[in-house]
Design a protein around this ligand. Structure first.
Ligand code: AMP
Length: 484
């Protein structure tokens, strides 16, 4: 039986009617950033902030700035350092900026989907950066003019533009229309003189507030504050809107209160290890996940080896708790990122070897516990196991720092439908057989939640438990299991 219930749809509270119009491209888990720094070059600060958030999205990058009179936007496909150079940053003038890095594992990598989005409203023009997915775009598409909108982020921009054209200020427009949005949305929005940061009432995706001299910064993760020397002030609360102007910061709560539901995968995989969420340093939380996994699934081996980078803190915790030596048996190419040059088929077949390589000198003749944070599709993991075996490991015991990933995410982690998820509909023994490991153990959900150090009821665990905290409005197709 599935952990979340008996049937594949059992825990979904409501699957709404199939959208009457073609669904919009959904947004993805991304990095957002905003800064108001009087007298400073905001574009340069945004560039460094985005650089620290690069792990949250490698498909495209963009910055919008305001000099108080006009908004300028530059965005393109590629990594932050590929998209921007001195000349482009110099043309982005002003002391207020928002930025965005876009992530997707599937979906279209086209310029039109890059952010910030922009609407020319004369003196009231706006730019917007979004992290998350809305779950009611079909309803919103009937409510607002969706003709120019190809993504949920653009639809939100359009909704705001309509309220602003009707006479509302930016904060008032957000407070009026944002309660219509359902699902995950952490936003950085600005007009020429106001910077706004907002989290949806459940706070699926993170946002923090920092102080920088006379100015203010908002960012998906605290690591983006550190890189520009901003002082962490606090996390923006779920449902909170912070309005930043030359008068300072105001806090508003435009939504009905809800139980916070931060994505637990922020702790497992997404967030940088040096960021803090719910006041907890992510690296320490991941180390605790490893400790708990060692307690839960001890096995007699010679060495504990992490899958870099994501498995490192967990493997350290596992090794320390189990009293087994921690060894780097795999090396990751540090310069790997998504490139926009498609490798040839023969290179693609090399697959994981482009990212990771195994060292026979460390692995040969040894019984290995291999630690990684998660298995999604299983294709990387399967190749990796084979590589470790070829490097001479005599036994491979795979330990995963989160429970089986069995349910599709609707809130910003674009990991595909159920048919692409290795663990969907499978028992752990079947997964172990597919991956060709000697044993396989996943950290139990209770252990994962306890390891975060944050309140256990403060997380969305839908991908692991099947318990969706909101109505799920897409077609039911995303739930079908069609693996051949
Ligand atoms: P696979 O075996 O193909 O499922 O790949 C497993 C690896 O994917 C693990 O090392 C994870 O760190 C990584 N991973 C987990 N979630 C994601 C995600 N949303 N996007 C990309 N990689 C991910």
């Amino acid at each position: 039986m599935e952990p979340g219930g008996g049937s594949s749809r059992g825990m979904i509270r409501r699957v709404a009617e199939k959208a009457a119009v073609t669904p919009l491209t959904i947004g993805e888990s991304c990095g957002v950033f905003g800064v108001f720094a009087p007298g400073e070059e905001a574009a340069r600060l945004a560039y460094f902030g985005l650089f620290a958030l690069q792990h949250r999205g490698q498909e495209s990058a963009g910055i919008a700035t305001s000099d108080g009179n006009a908004i300028t936007v530059y965005k393109d496909l590629g990594l932050v350092a590929q998209v921007f150079d001195e000349g482009k940053l110099a043309s982005l003038t002003g002391d207020m900026a928002i930025g965005h890095t876009r992530y997707s594992t599937t979906g279209s990598t086209v310029w039109a989907n890059s952010q910030p989005t922009y609407r020319d409203l004369g003196d009231a023009s706006i730019a917007l950066s979004h992290n998350g997915n809305l779950t009611n775009t079909s309803v919103l598409g009937q409510q607002f003019d969706r003709s120019g909108a190809s993504t949920d982020s653009e639809l939100m921009t359009q909704a705001l533009a309509e309220a602003i054209e009707a006479g509302a200020s930016l904060p008032k427009a957000i407070a009026t229309v944002a309660p219509e949005f359902e699902g995950a949305f952490t936003l950085a929005i600005m007009d020429r003189k106001t910077l706004v940061g907002i989290r949806d009432p459940m706070g699926f995706r993170p946002l923090c507030l920092g102080a920088l001299g006379e100015g203010w910064v908002i960012a998906s993760e605290t690591a983006a504050l550190d890189i520009i020397g901003a002082k962490f002030v606090r996390e923006v609360s779920p449902g909170e809107m912070v309005v930043i102007t030359s008068d300072g910061v105001e806090s508003h709560f435009p939504f009905a209160a809800a139980q916070p539901q931060m994505c637990v995968f922020e702790f497992v995989y997404f967030a940088r290890p040096d960021s803090r969420l719910y006041g907890e340093e992510i690296h320490s939380a991941r180390r605790r996940m490893g400790e708990r996994l060692a307690e839960q699934s001890h096995v007699d081996v010679d060495i504990v080896v992490p899958v870099p980078e994501s498995g490192i803190p967990g493997a350290q915790g596992y090794a320390a708790r189990a009293g087994i030596p921690y060894i780097d048996g795999l090396v990751k190419n540090r310069y790997i990122g998504r490139t926009f040059i498609n490798p040839s088929q023969s290179m693609r077949d090399l697959g994981v070897r482009m990212k990771l390589n195994a060292m026979p000198g460390e692995l040969g003749g040894r019984r290995v516990v291999l630690v990684d944070d998660s298995i999604v599709r299983g294709s990387t993991t399967r190749q990796l196991v084979q590589m470790v075996r070829e490097a001479g490991a005599t036994e491979i015991h795979l330990r995963i720092l989160s429970p089986p990933y069995r349910w599709p995410c609707f809130y910003g982690m674009d990991t595909g439908d159920r048919s692409t998820l290795l663990a969907a509909g499978k028992e752990v023994a079947d997964i172990a057989e597919y991956l060709a490991v000697d044993s396989l153990a996943y950290l139990e959900l209770d252990g994962l939640l306890a390891a975060t150090g944050a309140p256990a009821d403060g997380f969305c665990t839908a991908c692991l438990s099947g318990n969706y905290p909101t109505d799920v409005p897409m077609t039911a197709d995303k739930f079908l299991l069609e693996r051949s």
